[in-house]
Write a protein that binds this ligand. Structure first.
Ligand SMILES: [Zn+2]
Length: 373
């Protein structure tokens, strides 16, 4: 009996040790795993702690019909966008500023909210967009050909996606389609790797994200370079995503179709879009449940963005005084002296300068992507 008792005591410690190991393993997995759901959880936590990961492409909408993550990240604290989000976490367009029409040469100014509505939020699709889906105009409504009085026969709709080829500057242009379950990823499908795509204007170390024109959750398009633009986290996550989720939600809950358009809007020859023009309209119910027409700003509040070079200057960086930097005269990259890139630089190209950050950028130097000076 005594022996047994002793053995029990010893073997009781083993499970405790095993539990500790499992916990340790779980923490390691949470910190380092690249699995999408772990990454999302980690980014969400980091986001709450005020940390935005570099090239945080994992932040983009990752699952069809999942609005939970969006609500979680927006639910706490009174963010500037609160008046734009309904209880379901969907955009509340009734409170947005409205413009009559979008004019690329006279774009609306960002005023602290991530989008404006256009034309009273009523979409107005060019004929080719609905014609391609087999739809024709019937007064204010659309109908499938051969059907009477604006009725739509789901079986006659031709779902499709269209992506423009890149322009002469390597920039994405308009993407549109008639979206439905047919164009969406299979249930349980995992988003593919898009880190090989460097959209126009992409600059390292500036916290840019690859923003889908038509979200993966709607199009199942992964590394399609005609569908990925350089966007800020604020634009991608807080601006576009609620509209994408609302669209995905409509399709999943009704089985219907949605005419959808997303066009990046550039100023002149700039490589990064100032924003996107997004429109959507549900088809089967003639836009009754889902209709929007917005311009979404590609900005970061408080930051100054060079839409040609992709260099972002945050408020903290802008207020920096002159200090010591190490510059590479050949590659035109500048570093903090403590950066490995500064230490390993060859003598011929290396120069130490005392300057402000903006002075160096003005001399066409680029901040190092690693030390992010
Ligand atoms: Zn560096």
């Amino acid at each position: 009996m005594a022996n047994n008792h002793k053995e029990n005591k010893g073997s009781r410690r083993k499970p405790a040790l095993a539990l500790l190991m499992v916990l340790l393993l779980a923490v390691l997995v949470f910190l380092f795993s690249d699995a999408a759901f772990v990454k999302n959880a980690r980014d969400s936590l980091m986001g709450r702690l005020g940390y935005v990961s570099e090239d945080a492409s994992g932040e983009e909408f990752s699952g069809a019909g999942e609005s939970e993550e969006y609500e979680n990240s927006e639910g706490e604290g009174a963010g500037p966008d609160d008046r734009f989000v309904s209880d379901e976490g969907f955009p509340d367009t009734s409170k947005a500023e409205n413009i009559d029409a979008l004019d690329a040469s006279d774009l609306p100014k960002y005023n602290g909210y991530n989008y404006v509505t256009i034309n009273g939020n009523v979409p107005d699709f060019p004929e080719e967009i609905y014609a391609k889906a087999g739809l024709v105009k019937d007064g204010d409504n659309l109908k499938t050909e051969g059907n009477l009085f604006g009725t739509v026969d789901s079986g006659k709709i031709a779902p499709y996606e269209f992506y423009s080829p890149l322009d002469d500057h390597g920039r994405c242009r308009i993407a549109y389609g008639c979206l439905g379950r047919e164009t969406m990823p299979e249930e349980g499908a995992e988003r593919g790797d898009i880190s090989d795509i460097h959209p126009s204007g992409w600059a390292k170390g500036q916290n840019w994200e690859r923003s889908h024109l038509i979200a993966w959750s709607l199009s199942a398009e992964n590394a399609n370079k005609s569908n990925l633009i350089t966007g800020t986290h604020y634009f991608n996550h807080d601006g576009m995503r609620p509209f994408e989720e609302m669209t995905a939600h409509y399709i999943w809950s009704t089985g219907g179709h949605v005419l959808y358009m997303c066009e990046p809007i550039y100023k002149g020859n700039e490589l990064i879009a100032r924003g996107v023009h997004m429109m959507a309209r549900s088809v089967e119910d003639n836009g009754e449940d889902l209709a929007f027409n917005i311009y979404c700003f590609n900005v970061t509040p408080g930051a100054d963005i060079d839409y040609k070079s992709g260099i972002v200057t945050t408020e903290a960086q802008a207020s920096q005084d002159a200090r010591l930097y190490v510059v590479n005269k050949r590659s035109r990259v500048f570093h903090y002296p403590s950066c490995d890139g500064a230490r390993s630089m060859s003598g011929n190209n290396r120069e130490e300068v005392t300057a402000t950050r903006s002075e160096l950028i003005g001399q066409s130097y680029t901040p190092c992507g690693s030390c992010q000076p």
